[in-house]
Write a protein that binds this ligand. Structure first.
Ligand SMILES: [Zn+2]
Length: 405
């Protein structure tokens, strides 16, 4: 099966460059075969136990492929490689999806996606309150940790601090008493995912979710390297914090529930989003739409400010609708289109479970931040633009209000 899969992968198109990954061109199974053969490109710090019997983690490199067992050492090399994959050891979204629709296909029914924005009167006053300065302050806090690597103590601390910050925001909510709640979602590793909810007047209505991964990674040295993760993905995280802060402050009361998710473990095979989305799927929660933010602040000098909508593993109708929010509510930025490849970020978890997902990215991937997954992913570059990131906070607010009011 391995060789069969290998030839299949080798025959496919070159590995897509995408958000939140470094530029690896080697097909994943060839990479793994080379790793096991001990070929020259492997880093010198691979431990001698690499040759131990694999099978402690299960990895899927392509949609529909049989998961491949790898050792813990191989998994660490995978985290360092920049390749994208699902780690399906604990939950396998493809299996969960098949089981759910075998029992009940009703959750596959397409939710009504509006043809155009209609809530300008409510959305624009909230957008007017959004602050760039808050993005800066919130980001300074997130990037003050040495790393937010999902297995690190500082990663766990960053999640707990975020939980406390969101709880403070929730407790200050005027007129939303009881409707706003914040909780952590525990995982089998140390760093939890964090979830904030604003209840709908229709409590069992389909949920509109915005999500961003909180963890970061220094690919050269995941366990102890410095990884501020300012753009990847501190930027998306602070968009969600500021949108939550101002929707709460505005006393936003949606008809249907809205949720904000900050995931752990994205950089290690979409672990957090797979766990959270699986729990929602197994609980038969109705999901209206999921929007993913992963990198929103890089504006390459000399390029047109744009939001690159990811066209693969996303919902076409939801993407068309979300693009319409750009000229309606944002300024100085246009909507463009690009692709992202398999398992490139957390929208893939929701998409694999049959839910409508959309993923607006900081640009087209050609102009993405070249510093991600290194110690230099900081906010000090002139190309790190809080003004550009600010447009994404507007998009979050417009998306949630248009779809949940
Ligand atoms: Zn990322």
């Amino acid at each position: 099966m391995f060789h069969q899969l290998l030839s299949l992968i080798l025959l496919t198109a070159p590995h897509a460059i995408s958000a939140c990954q470094s530029h690896v061109s080697k097909p994943p199974l060839l990479w793994l075969a080379d790793l096991r053969a001990g070929s020259a490109h492997i880093d010198s710090d691979v431990t001698p136990s690499l040759g131990e019997a694999p099978g402690r983690r299960l990895i899927r490199f392509e949609e529909g492929a049989t998961p491949i067992p790898v050792s813990l050492d191989e998994k660490l090399e995978l985290e360092k490689s920049g390749l994208r994959y699902f780690d399906v050891t604990e939950v396998d979204v493809e299996v969960v999806f098949r089981e759910r629709i075998a029992n009940d296909r009703s959750s596959l029914a397409n939710r009504a996606i509006p043809s155009a924005p209609t809530h300008q009167a409510q959305v624009k006053p909230v957008i007017a309150t959004l602050s760039q300065a808050n993005l800066k302050t919130d980001l300074a806090e997130l990037t003050s940790y040495k790393t937010r690597y999902y297995k690190s103590a500082t990663g766990a601390s960053s999640a707990n601090a975020l939980l406390a910050k969101l709880q403070t925001i929730a407790s200050s909510a005027p007129g939303t008493g009881g409707a706003v709640s914040v909780s952590s979602f525990a995982h089998t590793w140390g760093m939890p995912s964090i979830i904030a909810k604003i209840a709908g007047t229709n409590a069992s209505g389909a949920i509109t979710i915005v999500g961003a991964h909180l963890d970061s990674i220094n690919q050269a040295n995941p366990a102890s390297g410095v990884s501020a993760g300012a753009d990847d993905n501190g930027s998306g995280c602070v968009n969600l914090i500021e949108a939550f802060r101002k929707l709460v402050a505005a006393g936003f009361k949606p008809t249907n529930p809205v949720e904000f998710h900050w995931y752990s473990g994205e950089e290690a095979g979409l672990l957090g989003s797979a766990a959270v989305s699986t729990s929602y799927s197994k609980a038969n929660k109705a999901i209206n739409a999921y929007m993913n933010l992963d990198m929103t602040a890089w504006l390459q000098t000399g390029t047109t400010p744009q939001i690159g909508f990811v066209s693969d593993r996303t919902n076409a109708g939801l993407t068309t609708f979300t693009k319409k929010l750009v000229p309606e509510y944002l300024s100085g930025v246009i909507a463009t289109t690009d692709s992202c490849g398999y398992a490139c970020s957390d929208h893939a978890s929701w998409n694999s479970l049959g839910y409508a997902a959309v993923y607006p990215f900081e640009s087209i991937t050609q102009y993405e931040n070249p510093n991600i997954h290194t110690a230099t992913d900081t906010s000090t570059s002139v190309q790190f633009s809080f003004a550009h990131a600010h447009e994404f906070t507007k998009l979050v607010v417009a998306f949630l209000m248009e779809l949940a009011l």
